[in-house]
Design a protein around this ligand. Structure first.
Ligand SMILES: *Cc1c(COP(=O)(O)O)cnc(C)c1O
Length: 219
């Protein structure tokens, strides 16, 4: 199936209220344009330089989401245009985003990434780190970032119960956080292999790459 067919199929299956981020990392601009020409506007990348190059080359009404781990020294390159940063997992990074957003006189929407997987290789905050961050005076003073919700990645496993449990945990953290920050609305969870489960467990934003663009080819 073509990119267009894949995208139309996935879109037709997503419940209303679930936003699709088409993950275009490693894929060429022509592939992104094929998706763009179906009307899709939200794309996700995991490397800042690659996202900047694509932003420069492609139509300016694309909403670019940074879904990968962000190094602080790279924030400045995307601060002008990034629409949502999914992988914020430290106060230090948030401070840098706030600083760079201020330079461009904008407020950058962010998600806090939670560590929900069993693997300890995946980035993210645990529950107590989340509380510490939110309670810090430095966080409260930031005016150029806006926390829109949470993001998480489940363990890479074929054990559906495990994945479901991890998504359900993230959803419960999200609901608790909503009592303190009623304005948050985004729960970013689910990729090609597990987005159906993620939606069942309350996801409002799925990040799908290979099921739209095909398998990635890393040199
Ligand atoms: C690559 C990536 C995705 C998409 O993965 P697929 O399995 O290709 O859908 C989603 N989220 C993050 C954080 C990624 O790095």
């Amino acid at each position: 199936m073509s990119i267009k067919d894949n995208l139309n199929k996935i879109n037709s299956e997503l419940p209303s209220g679930v936003t699709l981020v088409a993950v275009s990392k490693t894929k060429p601009n022509e592939d992104i344009l094929e998706a763009y020409n179906t009307g899709h506007r939200i794309f996700g990348e995991n490397k800042v330089q690659e996202m900047v190059a694509k932003w420069e080359a492609l139509p300016k009404d694309i909403e670019w989401h940074m879904i990968g781990h962000v190094q602080r020294n790279k924030v400045k390159y995307m601060a002008e245009f990034v629409a949502l940063i999914h992988g914020v997992d430290s106060l230090k990074l948030l401070k840098e985003i706030n600083k760079q957003a201020k330079k461009h006189d904008r407020v950058i929407p962010c998600l806090l990434q939670m560590h929900i997987a069993e693997e300890d290789t995946k980035f993210g905050l645990d529950d107590s780190e989340l509380q510490d961050l939110l309670q810090s005076d430095e966080f409260k003073a930031m005016e150029n970032i806006k926390i829109m919700g949470l993001m998480g990645m489940a363990t890479f496993t074929s054990d559906e119960n495990q994945v479901r449990k991890e998504f359900a945990h993230l959803k419960s953290v999200f609901e608790k956080l909503q009592q303190k920050l009623p304005e948050i609305s985004i729960l970013s969870m689910g990729m090609s292999g597990d987005y159906a489960l993620a939606i069942e467990e309350g996801s409002t934003m799925v990040r799908i790459g290979s099921s739209i663009f095909g398998a990635r080819n890393y040199q």
